[in-house]
Design a protein around this ligand. Sequence first.
Ligand SMILES: *[C@@H]1O[C@H](CO)[C@@H](O)[C@H](O)[C@H]1NC(C)=O
Length: 251
Amino acid sequence: MLNLIQNMAAVFTALFILAGHPMVMAYNIESMPWRNIQLKHAAEGFGYRVIQHSDSSLLVSAPLEQHGVDRRGRVYQCQVSDSSCSPLQINVPPHGVNMSLGLSMSKTETSTKTMVCGPTIPKECEGVTLYGGMCFSIDPLHSGLQEGPVPASLEACKDTDIVFLLDGSGSVAFYQFSAMKTFVKNLIRRLLKPYTLFAFVQYASYTNIHVKFNQFERTRWEYQLDRIYQTGGGTRTAGAIRTVVYVLNED
Ligand SMILES: *[C@@H]1O[C@H](CO)[C@@H](O)[C@H](O)[C@H]1NC(C)=O
């Protein structure tokens, strides 16, 4: 299926070139103000997020740079004038383990401060790893004054409701879909506690919400799962994830 689409894309591209309109659009791009910023050492993910921090400097993140056993992610302050960068000293507390600092970085129009976040702090909770995160705010007007982290501590383990998103598209064979359901069953058996809830969603060309959290039946959930038949069709993953977020946010 995927191959077919790729082949079709190739055909369309070819047609497009053959039928190319003779009109040409031109832009005049001045190269003088360009800056090529490079670090002297390799920093994984460098450039993932770039924020104009002040009139004369940028913040550039390298969220995958491992610079200590439990330290992942670093943010650099780079000078526009000479493209030099130095790591921003952010006081990450000891529990900010492997947080991928700088994976998310933003600034609002109304504030001079930049928010720098690391959202991948792993926490082992009885068989599942939950990911938490924290953010720091940095103010260039007050010589890089930092606030945070927000939140100051990580959430304790608590019962977690889980939604399973099953890929029921045509590229998944019948036996694979069935293996998927077996996997889900085994996982639920391990995680099922008096208050935990589960939801089952299948996606292909369309997303099917089979069982919402409030429809989960503690005594009949295996039957609820058995009853889900593979729909087949395309693979609209993004739409499915959107639907799941909606299911999660329902009461
Ligand atoms: C943090 O990541 C490093 C590199 O992947 C790994 O060796 C280390 O065990 C991780 N630490 C924790 C607590 O997960």
